[in-house]
Design a binder for this molecule. Structure first.
Ligand SMILES: [Mg+2]
Length: 313
């Protein structure tokens, strides 16, 4: 598959997954079941996308225009939050607590390396959901592995600076890079486990966080049934759910429908899973009737196409 097809698939995957899950966000599984009889019946309701997509587009736009500048990414986050840039509605909504405080810190003059929060309770999925453009950037534009991961960690840390959040973005990035290399699912997964152990075991700050991802890093996640998968806003749960669905189901459509049907933080689980599945299956795998419903489609398309062009140049 052409790289262009994968990159556009991953970026549109964020928007489509976010939009598909958004109406089911905060509903528990029982309530989702009462509303929709089965996952096959999940539909793209309105095409309204939220913070996950906004911050992904803000990051892609900054990277396309200015290269790897944390300041420019942070500036776009501030514009999103206070001016409603990169939104379908003209105002920011659905933002998490950690992201809100970090952006207030930026607005107050802190630099992007000190704006993010570092507490144990600052490990929501708010950086994982928007990290894809940085992951792509590192793949194409940075050669040294340590520098690649350092960039990923720093982009996470603009809002989420706890090592557990940064590690989640790192595991995710290794996996995406293996998909971009063209590996099949199982090989990509196995290679990722090895790379994560090799890279993070030598760094005390991250090494002690590895245990939180043990269900992913032991491969246990591949054996689990749906009732053991949580879809809360915790970064570990979100990465687990996205990887579980991606590995278990066999098309973009099925992965996304099955995952958002689990409710709770459905838009972000959808966004993260959409980014992985879209990178793997490509843009053509995303149902056309979902894409057609997306709000501000031309606005999104312009940013994605420009960013992908820069990545491949
Ligand atoms: Mg959201």
């Amino acid at each position: 598959m052409e790289l262009q097809e994968r990159l556009k698939g991953g970026l549109w995957g964020v928007i489509v997954g976010d939009s598909l899950g958004f109406p089911l966000q905060f509903k528990d599984r029982q309530r989702v079941k009462e509303e929709i009889p089965s996952p096959e019946k999940v539909q793209m309701v309105s095409g309204l996308w939220s913070d996950d997509s906004s911050l992904t587009l803000a990051t892609a736009d900054a990277l396309a225009n200015y290269g790897p500048s944390l300041e420019k990414i942070a500036e776009n986050f501030v514009r999103w939050f206070y001016e409603g840039a990169y939104t379908p509605t003209g105002y920011a909504f659905d933002e998490g607590r950690t992201t809100t405080i970090a952006i207030e810190n930026l607005r107050a003059g802190l630099d992007p390396l000190s704006s993010g929060l570092k507490g144990d309770w600052d490990n929501g999925n708010g950086s994982l959901m928007r990290i894809l453009p940085a992951t792509y950037w590192a793949y194409f534009k940075i050669t040294d592995l340590r520098e690649k991961l350092n960039f990923i960690h720093q982009v996470s840390a603009i809002t989420h600076a706890h090592p557990r959040s940064m590690l989640g973005c790192g595991i995710y990035s290794f996996f995406i890079w293996n998909i971009l290399d063209g590996l099949p699912k199982k090989e990509a997964y196995e290679k990722t486990l090895k790379e994560v152990q090799d890279f993070y075991s030598s760094d005390e700050r991250f090494k002690k966080e590895l245990k939180h991802y043990r269900r992913i890093l032991s491969g246990e996640i591949l054996q689990l049934e749906e009732e053991n998968i949580k879809t809360s806003g915790y970064v570990v749960h979100t990465l687990e759910a996205a990887l579980w669905g991606f590995m278990k189901f066999n098309s973009f459509e099925e992965i996304l429908k099955r995952l958002v049907y689990l409710g709770d933080d459905a838009d972000t689980v959808g966004a993260v899973a959409g980014s992985i599945a879209g990178t793997y299956y490509g843009l053509k795998s995303i149902p056309q009737n979902w894409l057609e419903k997306i709000e501000r489609r031309e606005f999104i398309e312009e940013i994605i196409n420009r960013f992908v062009k820069v990545l491949l140049s």
